[in-house]
Design a protein around this ligand. Structure first.
Ligand code: NAP
Length: 281
């Protein structure tokens, strides 16, 4: 029987560290603006979590809202304004955007130094080049969780299910930096179980509830479940937790695994951007 790899304890430590850094500073508080287009209910929930988390650590947050049919030029103009606003350290564009807006154009408009989601091409390039920058929160949280539980990454075979710009691809870059051997799989991958069942570290980020069962898992390995799907039975991860925990060495639960880390590392990214803006550090 494997261990339950909760993200709550690490998230608490990260939040406390952020709060301490903010409270000990003599500078103005950090400022985060969330840009929200439309009224997606799941996005509204995430935004309220983010705002609550900001309040608790002393980050000032605001939401800039646009109607679902807004012109892209209006969103870009607001991002331009936020880029030059000295009181704003972080700009987060809540995804998904309505289809008529280009996520890549909008992401590329955010100043790289305020890009707390790590989606600007400059930050993506820095990540793959092994340089410092602002990197996506969920993958950062996953690597820190593995470190927290003492899971070996150096030399490990890491298999990632999913190749999105926000999870799968940046996680591959971060794990490469830890000297893991990384395989990225996706919906065109043939023989998925053949690959996942040789992984020392398996990360499921497909958004397909329960798709990873015991046959996908190497005995004793570490399984990280990123997936969050709303089903009739409540929130479900991509991993069939009850059966996989019997095979693996450790599994993250849903909820309470990766989710709390995403918000904690958003706070940390905001503080990182703030420190660079206010002190040049
Ligand atoms: P996404 O953009 O929809 O990407 C999903 C990826 O999974 C795609 O690359 C897709 O392949 C692949 N995929 C889907 N079904 C597959 C299958 N049966 N076999 C192999 N690969 C498959 O999703 P995302 O934004 O990365 O998010 C993934 C999941 O994580 C979602 O449930 C999301 O809600 C959750 N999430 C959680 C957090 C958190 O804080 N816990 C943060 C972000 C996301 P193709 O590229 O070939 O289509």
């Amino acid at each position: 029987m494997g261990h339950v790899l909760s993200g709550k304890e690490l998230a608490k430590t990260v939040r406390a560290d952020v709060k301490r850094r903010v409270s000990e500073s003599t500078y103005r508080p950090p400022g985060l603006t969330v840009v929200m287009v439309g009224e997606d209910p799941a996005s509204e929930v995430y935004i309220s979590y983010k705002q609550k988390a900001c309040r608790k650590v002393g980050i000032e947050s605001e939401v800039k809202r646009f109607s679902a049919d807004v012109d892209q030029s209006e969103v870009l103009a607001e991002i331009d304004r936020l880029n030059t606003d000295d009181d704003i350290d972080g700009i987060l564009v809540q995804l998904p955007l309505p289809n008529h807006l280009s996520e890549s154009t909008v992401a590329a408009r955010v100043s790289p130094g305020k890009d707390v989601d790590g989606l600007h091409p400059v930050n993506v390039g820095r990540l793959w080049r092994g340089e410092s920058g602002l990197f996506p929160c969920t993958p950062t949280g996953i690597v820190e969780l593995l470190r927290h539980y003492g899971v070996a990454m150096d030399g490990a075979l890491a298999v990632i299910v999913g190749r999105s710009n926000i999870v799968g691809k940046p996680l591959a870059a971060l794990l490469l930096r830890e000297n893991a051997t990384v395989v990225i799989t996706h919906s065109h991958t043939s023989d998925l179980p053949g690959l996942t069942s040789s992984a020392d570290v398996l990360v499921a980020a497909a958004g397909s509830p329960g798709m990873i069962g015991p046959d996908h898992v190497k005995p004793g390995s570490t399984v990280i479940d990123v997936g969050i799907s709303r089903t009739e039975e409540g929130l479900k991860g991509d991993v069939d937790f009850d059966s996989v925990i019997d095979v693996s060495g450790g599994v993250t639960p849903v909820p309470g695994g990766v989710g709390p880390l995403t918000i904690a590392f958003l706070l940390r990214n905001t503080v990182q951007a703030w420190m660079e803006h206010t002190t040049g550090r």
